[in-house]
Structure formats: structure tokens, C-alpha cells
Ligand binder design. Structure first.
Ligand code: 3HC
Length: 272
């Protein structure tokens, strides 16, 4: 959307086909808006926007072909430290020396992920928010090894994407998830205790705190597996922090494959 040639690398063509569908749908919403706006040249401008954005995007399972010439690699895989380290160790072997690496992790230490590479100085965090085309925030994370040059390049990259960039030390959850994830967990504990219903808790936070979604709607939107991965990881590392404990209800839904919107059911049911 912002003019960068981009490759989306994933593990299978089946996953990539799903991604293509989601990206086209999302771009379609933006195209629709542009088609009614003189600023973007109505329909003609909207069609040019859509086709040129899609032309700049390659979807592939061949990581090496694109990483060799990339200026930046942003990893956004499963929230598991070993998987991330393994991937970055591989990418590090093929990427050009100038290439900057960033992780979109929402809860794991950037410095530990970076330790799997030989470019700790050109490594940082870029944490985006769902839905990425709409949410204006980007958390830009600097470790003790990230150079000023790398950090400034990441900030510039984020600003050019149209994001409001904030920075935070390499601490669990950075700013947003450190506050948001315990809040989601507390909402689940509240429902488990029977203090209030899921529907009433959501209604309360939407109309009493002016949040666009209640905590259960938001957890379903983010993915219950993601919320559980984050809480489990923190709970293991900080067993004395009560706010990081997970809950039987969340554990059960995840074990049943009810991961929220993406599987058609989480705390609520959705049309697939
Ligand atoms: N792609 C492109 N545009 C989209 C979109 C998408 N996927 N989803 C929504 N939009 C656009 C719509 O076209 C619409 O644009 P307009 O206002 O210019 O017409 C606008 O966004 C609002 O969408 P809708 O009218 O369809 O729906 P809502 O007003 O209900 O908003 C929402 C939907 C933006 C998702 C809103 O409910 C919201 O802000 N929810 C909270 C999201 C949130 O808190 N995200 C952070 C999650 S935490 C996270 O991501 C961190 C991770 O590490 C866990």
C-alpha cells in the first residue's frame, strides 16, 4: 500500500492462498473508500491503487529467493521463542549484511530472539496491531545491542507506513500487551467466578469505558491461542505474578480448537 516491493513468505501454498484472500478483501475495503473520494481519483484512482498494491506483493514459500535482496525482514510466526530463533538463524545465513531484522513478537524478548543471529546490532522489534491496515500504532523496540542507526531506520520505516511510532524497552508485552493481556485474562477470571456474564462484561467495557470491543470480543479477534501463548510464557517466567496466570476456561477453549474468529468459535460463535 505504501510502495514497497513486498514478499509474504509462509510454509504452504494453502496458507498463502488464504492470506491472498484476506489481503484482497482488506484492500477491497480501502479501494471502496477511495472510489468515492475525489482525493484518490474516484474509481479510476481506486483501481490503480488496488492493482499496483497487488503487483508489488509476492506470495511465496521460497524464503531464500527474496531474503537475499531484502532491506528488511519482519518475522510474524507462531509466538514461540525456539521457532523464532530457528527461523532467524536460517534467514541470517542468506540475508545481505545491510538487511535489518525485526520481530513482530508481542510478548517475547527481542534480545533473546536476536541472539540466534550474527546481527544483534541490526535487530529490533516492530509490533503491529490487529487489524493492521486500520490500527495506527506501531511499537518500535530497541535492545541494548540495537544501534542508533538501526533504531532510526525502523522508526522511519514505521512513520513512512503511516503509523504512530512509540518506543519501549525490551520488556514483556512492551506497552500495549503488558496492559491489555492481563486485562483480557482478568475478564476471563471474572466470568469464571460467575461475577458477571461474558455478554455483560463486554457490554460494560464498550459502553462504560468506550472500548470499541469488549474483552471477550477482542480476545476472539486476536485469537485465544495467542492470548494463551502469551500468558503461559509469562506465567512460566514470572510464576509469582498473579496477573499472568491463565484460566481453565481459556485452556479448555484452546484445547478444543475454539480459537476465536479464525476458527468460527471462541467465546462467541461466528459465521465462517
Ligand atoms: N482492512 C481494511 N480496513 C478495515 C479492516 C481491514 N481488515 N477492518 C476494518 N477496516 C476499516 C473499515 O473499512 C472502516 O473504515 P471507515 O471507518 O473509513 O469506513 C473502519 O475500519 C471501521 O470498520 P467497521 O466499520 O467495519 O467496524 P468497526 O467500526 O466495528 O471497527 C475495528 C472495527 C476497527 C476492528 C474496531 O472494532 C476496533 O478498533 N477494535 C479493537 C481493535 C484492537 O483493539 N486491536 C488491538 C488488538 S491487540 C493486538 O493486535 C496485539 C497483538 O499482539 C495481540
Amino acid at each position: 500500500m505504501k510502495g514497497h516491493d513486498t514478499a509474504l513468505v509462509d510454509v504452504s501454498d494453502e496458507v498463502l492462498a488464504k492470506s491472498k484472500l484476506a489481503i484482497t478483501k482488506s484492500l477491497g475495503r480501502i479501494q471502496e473508500k477511495f472510489s468515492q473520494d475525489p482525493k484518490y481519483g474516484y474509481l479510476e484512482g481506486a483501481e490503480v491503487f488496488m492493482s499496483s498494491a497487488l503487483k508489488r506483493l509476492t506470495l511465496t514459500t521460497d524464503m531464500k529467493a527474496f531474503v537475499e535482496s531484502a532491506d528488511i525482514v519482519i518475522e510474524s510466526i507462531v509466538e514461540n521463542i525456539d521457532a523464532k530463533k530457528k527461523l532467524f538463524a536460517e534467514v541470517d545465513k542468506v540475508a545481505a549484511p545491510k538487511c535489518i531484522f525485526a520481530s513482530n513478537t508481542s510478548s517475547l524478548p527481542i534480545a533473546e530472539i536476536a541472539s540466534a543471529t550474527n546481527r544483534k546490532d541490526r535487530f529490533g522489534g516492530l509490533h503491529f496491531f490487529n487489524p493492521v491496515p486500520v490500527m495506527r500504532l506501531l511499537e518500535v523496540i530497541k535492545t541494548d545491542d540495537t544501534t542508533e542507526g538501526t533504531f532510526n531506520a525502523l522508526m522511519k520505516f514505521g512513520t513512512n507506513l503511516g503509523k504512530h511510532c512509540v518506543t519501549c524497552k525490551d520488556t514483556p508485552g512492551f506497552i500495549v500487551n503488558r496492559l491489555l493481556v492481563p486485562y483480557l485474562g482478568e475478564a476471563v477470571h471474572m466470568a469464571e467466578r460467575g461475577d458477571a456474564t461474558i455478554a455483560d462484561i463486554d457490554m460494560a467495557m464498550k459502553h462504560g469505558a468506550a472500548y470499541p470491543m469488549g474483552p471477550f470480543e477482542l480476545a476472539d479477534f486476536v485469537g485465544l491461542d495467542v492470548v494463551k501463548f502469551i500468558l503461559d510464557g509469562w506465567n512460566e517466567k514470572f510464576p509469582d505474578v498473579e496477573l499472568f496466570r491463565t484460566s481453565p476456561l481459556l485452556d479448555r477453549l484452546v484445547s478444543e480448537g475454539k480459537l476465536g474468529r479464525k476458527t468460527g468459535e471462541g467465546f462467541y460463535k461466528y459465521d465462517k
